[in-house]
Design a protein around this ligand. Structure first.
Ligand code: BGC
Length: 411
């Protein structure tokens, strides 16, 4: 039986906007409800996790997991600029308390793609004051909740806008994006709609790296003593052809953020697939390759490659903060997990300091512009009744978590 290090964190993740429901003061809610929109459907009640979190956390613990990764929603905590909702902060205190009551380590993300709509109206991350506004929010949250938090990340995938830049030009509906951004700005009475997904990658990177370092300081100075890091979106980048720009892409998309993570307490690695990088941009998967509901390649080996890439550049401990697959075929999810964990185990055997594996996602949820169609959950959700149904993959991963080992039956 191949065992993982003692104290290894095993968990599943969610993000506020994707599961809570009715995140009406957020920028994304605006984008979901304008016409035209690129969103396949609006998030609406989502998984009603705002109300059902006690049952969801209990279920996660019963399945054998010891960690729950979730995000705190800035748009709820600060629905108007400078107005902080104590009621919203108290909600998250109850979520954190539910984790403790179930023997589950709460791993918090302070920002997972969504912002308050007033932040979008003032221009979002491209504006110089954005860093300080984010840091002020982090300070409030850590003062109110820090005594119950056990591990925290400032940002979820802040490098995503840079990664998206490498998409094949044919896959970006530029005209539609511009039209949506224009209509959204008009809807909130602003000149520009400053949303994370629509921002200028270079500006965002500098601003958000500055915000990360300042937020790190403020959170570390608050109550509670816990590691603070940042979770990066990674792909197994493979060169396609002798003139591939793979190294240029890695230097732009990953290295600045890996350097930032290295000045914090940990790096979160989030990996799903591999990518062939051509001479100008990413290429689509090879013809005949198995693809997931997201359109990208079924490639569980990506996790090992990303962990090795990260390890070569950071000295801090690494957590896998997201890994998973969008599929209706739960057998394929089990296969994906099995191969991804084998790769992670190879890394650990080679001395890479990996301290946890958090699966994306606990629940089938709102997959951003793709709506509810992609199924990433270990647990299915009937959105008409909000009934949860545990999938075999949840038991499979839960057993590994319970044994802290790749058991014979699993793995
Ligand atoms: C994000 C999640 C998302 C998942 C699957 C990550 O990019 O952090 O919010 O649902 O990947 O696409």
């Amino acid at each position: 039986m191949a065992r993982f290090p003692n104290g290894f964190l095993w968990g599943a993740a969610t993000a506020a906007h994707q599961v809570e429901g009715n995140n009406i003061n957020s920028d994304l809610w605006v984008l979901e409800h304008i016409e035209p929109t690129l969103f396949a459907e609006p998030s609406l009640d989502a998984c009603d996790h705002l109300r059902l979190f006690p049952e969801d956390i209990k279920l996660l613990a019963q399945l054998g997991f010891n960690t729950y990764r979730f995000s705190i929603e800035w748009a709820r905590i600060e629905p108007e600029r400078g107005h902080f909702s104590i009621a919203a902060m108290e909600h998250y205190r109850r979520v954190l308390a539910a984790c403790h009551e179930n023997g589950v380590t709460p791993m918090v993300t302070l920002y997972h793609f969504s912002s308050p709509r007033w932040f979008a109206a003032m221009g979002g991350w491209e504006k110089p004051e954005s860093s300080d506004l984010f840091v002020r929010y982090c300070g409030r949250v850590s003062r109110h909740l820090g005594d119950l938090i056990q591990i925290a990340a400032t940002f979820n995938e802040p490098n995503l806008p840079m990664q998206l830049r490498w998409l094949p030009i044919s896959e970006i509906p530029i005209v539609k994006v511009k039209r949506m951004a224009k209509v959204a700005a008009r809807a909130i009475g602003a000149d520009r709609f400053g949303c994370f997904f629509l921002g200028d990658g270079d500006k965002l990177r500098d601003r958000m790296i500055a915000a990360h370092h300042k937020a790190f300081e403020i959170v570390k100075s608050g109550p509670g003593k816990y590691p603070v890091g940042v979770n990066i979106s990674m792909q197994d980048e493979q060169p396609a052809g002798h003139d591939s720009k793979r190294d240029k892409k890695c230097a732009e998309v990953y290295d600045p953020w890996l350097a930032a993570a290295d000045k914090s307490d940990f790096l979160g690695v989030q990996a799903y697939t591999r990518c062939r990088v051509g001479k100008r941009s990413d290429l689509t998967p090879e013809p005949g390759a198995e693809t997931t509901q997201m359109g990208y390649e079924f490639w569980p080996e990506a996790l090992e490659a990303c962990l090795r890439y990260a390890h070569a550049r950071v000295k801090v401990p690494i957590y896998v903060t997201e890994n998973g697959v969008a599929t209706d075929d739960d057998e394929r999810r089990i296969e994906y997990i099995r191969r991804a964990l084998d790769g992670m185990m190879n890394c650990i055997n080679d001395g890479i300091d990996v301290r946890g594996y958090i699966h994306w996602s606990l629940l089938d949820n709102f997959e951003w512009i793709m709506g509810y169609r992609p199924k990433f959950g270990l647990v299915a959700v009937d959105r008409a009744t909000q009934v949860r149904t545990v999938k075999p993959s949840a038991h499979y991963l839960g057993e590994i978590a319970r044994h802290n080992a790749l058991t014979n039956g699993a793995g």
